[in-house]
Design a protein around this ligand. Sequence first.
Ligand code: NAD
Length: 562
Amino acid sequence: MTDFFRHDDIHAPTGPTLHCKGWGQEAALRTLMNNLDPAVGEDPAHLIVYGGRGRAARSWDAYDKIVQSLLTLENDETLLIQSGKPVAVFRTQPAAPRVLIANSHLVPKWATLEEFNRLEALGLTMYGQMTAGSWIYIGSQGIIQGTFETLAALATKHFDGTLAGRVYVSAGLGGMGGAQPLAGKMLDGVALIADVDPAKLERRHRSGYLDVIKSDIADAVAEAWAAKAARRPLSIGVTCHANDLLAYLIREGRVPDVLTDQTAAHDPLVGYIPDGFSVADAARLRQNDPAEYLRRARASIARHVEQLLTLKRRGAVTFDYGNNIRREAYDQGVTDAFDIPGYVPAFIRDLFNQGKGPFRWVALSGDPADIYHMDDLALTLFGDNPLLRRWFDLARRYIPFQGLPARIAYMGQGERDRFAVEVNQWVASGKLRAPVVFGRDHHDTGSVASPYRETERMLDGSDAIADWPLLNAMLNVASGAHWVSIHHGGGTGIGYSLHAGMVVVADGSADSAERLARVLYNDPGIGVVRHADAGYRLAHDTLHAHADRIRTPLIGPVRDAE
Ligand code: NAD
């Protein structure tokens, strides 16, 4: 029998038995708990799921009250979460979401990291990142697919579609960054990744994401270049500061083929360790003198970006991987920081134009067999897409499940709903052992405004227009998602992004079938509209193919005509 109120070693219940009054509530309860499973979340003891201090709930008291509320929530009620705290339950209606979440919002003039820190210290808010505070994080595999897609697009653009015989250098082996070594290896490359925290390296090694751990930089670099010469896929983690690895490469005249960074630099107080500090020393300084910590972290970030720029000038294909490191460095006087391109305009936008994004599903049965059945279904439906086929192949081979078994795939407009409705039938027929949850990262086609990441360099200059994620959330409420969230500050940090999430459950019922068909069509649909309005021809083409279901009375013209 699950103890729902324990605070350590949390594991979601599995199987077909309901503990709540409906599967919408039950799914929220299980995925909330799954976010804090020690095999899934980065630091469950502090309710931290990933991405610096991205939390699932504001406090343990708040967590207990969320759990209690979900266990008793009726099928015509809605629970409201204000920055990780369950503030109210209202009578709504059966087709409404069971949970509505707003995390980390500040009025724009007040939306600075300093003000956020002050309010957080007063216990008034919480940082929700993207899927942490909206309860649909699925461990590092969620980002592996994104990293795989990004590196595959990079390899196609620069290296004949493969990273064989190429070295990929980066830093950060946290919740997101931990995907890098495996994704690099899946594309047959050599990944060399620095992290200051030995525990992070060991963790990735244990989960099978990292082949080798080195404590000596020279040794790690020698092994990486030997594997490159032999065109041998390999992932190496090295226990050191990013700046020390980059300084060594510069000194020794070693130029990586591909270069980026995945430290949590978007939050310099928590996510970035200053030069010369161990994790423990950094924790002490952060506690005793946060202003001095920030000063040192920001100076280190400036040096970090200068070193990335040096290696870029020497020929490394260098890109920003969505952690806002360029802006932090720019504010410290690194005026050419934005010579490094962002990965979305460079590699991902064409996917967004087709409504493709990090769609995911979680088997509430807890049984990996359910995921394998759904893999087969996806391949039957969409197996003519070679990248998707390759992804499922590699995912089965390389990706260990963490917590509740889950799968992620970039599916496009009209594909997500089709797949999920079929899955719902399989739940109804008993082919799958229990209901299935469908959700996505907020880092998707229509659900985020983030001028240094998802909406960087939009064709019409609409990078900072933030109406779209709010429309996305309202559309998902209207379409009947089981829970919907709006967040501020995920990915690139406080002041730099607004974004929305949704989750909808396939419990085998006719009601679920209707919700899935509506939500999973409309949710990417608004992304395609957003990109078409900005002028992308490919998005206009996608809309054209869906003109029978999406009408657009007035949107912007094509701006990238060949
Ligand atoms: P995390 O906090 O879980 O991990 C950060 C890691 O960086 C830690 O292991 C830490 O020890 C290490 N680190 C910090 N400073 C370092 C330094 N100077 N040198 C070496 N290692 C250092 O964060 P995460 O969840 O892995 O996210 C990383 C970043 O990626 C965040 O900024 C996040 O917002 C961003 N992100 C990117 C995407 C994407 O799609 N590209 C998606 C989500 C988040």
